[in-house]
Design a protein around this ligand. Structure first.
Ligand code: ADP
Ligand code: MG
Length: 240
């Protein structure tokens, strides 16, 4: 579903992605972790073309990202992206946030989009918040709206960039539980997170990045119980 082959990226003189080779199978959940500045956000932003790469090949759902013949608008519609900072439209209700793209991008009839939107909001535990504005919702609730908004587009892939880092501790599990249920339904996911409980529950693979390179990749079991490099051991020592 996602394949990086020898991908490099520079920001000016800064080599931020170093010869990345990584593939994510359909229905696979890959957790990406590593120190701040190691290139995790840049890596997943490449998948939906928010960042361009200089060499190597990146294929997503059979389409080459960055190729002039690839319709990036179409490809992006297949990819949900959940950010640390929710990024909801502040002047739209929860239901409007969720139905906007299906109506305007997917051209789904409003009534059908609203029905699907209500169903998805109920699924993320917000059946009583259809008409609430983001400012009337907690961080955890806003992030669940953001996830429902992605799901309403029926994406093939979901990318998450530290989706719980901005949340108060008591709200983290309500968001992780929703992510677990999305994973269990077979979504292909790349998740940048340091929530190792989440990784143990649903990830097939944990990828550890340091200084722009993938330093280690293994099952959660292998990675947590037997990290193979000094850098991954030091990292785990800090977060566990
Ligand atoms: P992480 O998500 O692991 O914290 P990032 O992918 O955000 O790391 O950043 C990787 C490196 O690239 C960092 O050194 C960061 O400062 C740098 N960087 C990120 N975005 C930009 C940008 N738009 N311009 C220049 N440098 C950037
Ligand atoms: Mg980041």
């Amino acid at each position: 579903m996602i394949e990086f082959r020898g991908v490099n990226k520079w920001f000016g003189a800064l080599h931020v992605l170093k010869d990345i080779t990584l593939s994510v199978e359909p229905r696979e959940v890959v957790v990406v972790c590593g120190p701040s500045g190691s290139g995790k956000s840049t890596l997943i932003r490449c998948v939906n073309g928010l960042e361009s790469t200089r060499d190597g090949v990146l294929v997503v759902d059979g389409h080459r990202v960055g190729d002039p013949t690839t319709d990036m608008t179409e490809l992006r519609a297949e990819i949900g992206f959940v950010f640390q900072s929710f990024n909801l439209y502040p002047h739209k209700t929860a239901l409007e946030n969720v139905t906007l793209a299906p109506i305007h991008v997917r051209k789904i009839a409003r009534s059908a989009a609203e029905e699907a939107g209500r169903e998805l909001l109920a699924r993320v535990g917000l059946a009583d918040k259809f008409n609430a504005y983001p400012s009337e919702l907690s961080g955890g609730q806003q992030q669940r709206v953001a996830i429902a908004r992605c799901l309403c587009m029926r994406p093939k892939i979901m990318l998450f960039d530290e989706p719980t880092s901005a949340l108060d501790p008591e709200m983290i599990s309500e968001v992780l539980d929703v992510m677990v249920s999305v994973a269990e339904e077979g979504m292909t996911m790349m998740v940048v997170t340091h929530e190792m409980g989440f990784a143990r529950r649903v990830a097939q693979r944990v990828v550890f990045m340091d200084a722009g390179a993938i330093v280690e990749s293994g099952t959660p079991e292998e990675f947590f119980s037997n990290p193979r490099t000094d850098r991954s051991r030091a990292f785990l020592g800090k977060i566990l």
